[in-house]
Design a protein around this ligand. Sequence first.
Ligand code: URA
Length: 489
Amino acid sequence: MTALQHVKPGAYYAVNLPRPDDFAFWRDRARQLIQCDVPPDRVAWVEPGGAGDLFAGGDTRLPAPPADARPVRASKRFLGVAKNAVLHSDPERFALLYRLLWRLQGNPRIMEDKTDADVRRVEEWDKNVRRDSHKMHAFVRFRQVEDEDGGEHYVAWFEPDHHIVRANAGFFRRRFANMRWSILTPKGTLHWDGETMREGPPARREDAPGDDPVEDLWRKYYASIFNPARLKVGAMLSEMPKKYWKNLPEASLIPELIAGAQTREAQMVDAGKSGFGMEFEDKPETLEAIDKAIHACRQCPIGNLDNHAVMGEGPSDAALMIVGEQPGDQEDMAGRPFVGPAGQLLDVHLEKAGIRRSAAYVTNAVKHFKYVPKVTGRGKRRIHQSPSAKEIDTCRWWQEAERAIVQPKLVLAMGASAARGILGKTVSINKARGAPIALEDGSELWITAHPSYLLRLDGEAREEQARLFDADLAAVKARLGELQTAKGP
Ligand code: URA
């Protein structure tokens, strides 16, 4: 666009926007026009395709601001709201934002005036756009297809209300960094190949695949996290408006789940599944009681997945308690802790250190397996997800109850989740290892890495970590010997 040197008195200008969601382009042109003193009623903002084309004949060569033009004022609040409002589908948004920016030059506090019609309108747009993005994050569902080269590719269809697709590319890139995927929408498409993001033109529903086997898993997953005791139909419909149902595999279950909610709730109450059902003072006093109670625990979303609680195992008076993160796929199926690959590696290192696993009480900070369903070349799988700090803190109650019964002299926490489960705060393994912590119950806490961390490494890095792990276990063995021979008070 060529810039003229002078503003033509009474001239109309037309700004052709290259995209419907280009905030930076709008901001640069708006600044330029304000510095040239061009009033809002002299500018037409033209979207691709012609929307907003009121003065089609306006001059597209914008004037250049004078050298001594004053800087344009824009409050943080205005810029924050404007960035989202630009993504709204209302064709008047660019013009109204320009008018507001123009008015801000004379009244820098205008955004604080909640009765101002312009302010209210852009704030409404901001809210609508944020809500639309939230829906996109929550309701994009990928279907698996095969690439031309036979590789896995995931494709999702989504219908946003506003021009939010490009603005949300970063969210999906971060969340699904290791997958190759495309998100198709009528407002544009995104394609991620594991390294680069490509944008494409709008798509049609027919361009996206229909059902696939992963949908069964989503349906099962959704049915398992559905808690009839928490059912609030109004809230559910506002969170998951019917408009999105047609693209959600699990949505076909909703009417059935709602209809069966009362019966299921009654069944859950009968089975003692409506929560802890116990106060702190009621902490179970035997390991058998904890075992029974964790199977009924639904205090966090992990307990609502399709899984089984896994109780600790070992002598109820063990001097050593070993704590891991949470059961994995194999532990969930076997109902025993540390029987899968991490457990097998742990056994090798314990033996090397001269620690008898059968003499230790082995348990986890979190009692249920947290996963997401995935279909891979090897069939349907449940992919491990780390528990959140909140989930670990919620499950802490059970691990403390186990500790109160076993009364170990030494607790070995493997990994950050286990350490958090015991301490209630996050610590760095590298800083904490080798520095035992005295716990309130008189036992000593030693912290080391989790064996599955070793499994994820190879080469020299793995050897180095294995050496550190062995050294930690050797120190635990030596200290345990001292504690066991020490006389009680
Ligand atoms: N990882 C854990 O933290 N615990 C298990 O029981 C198995 C793997």
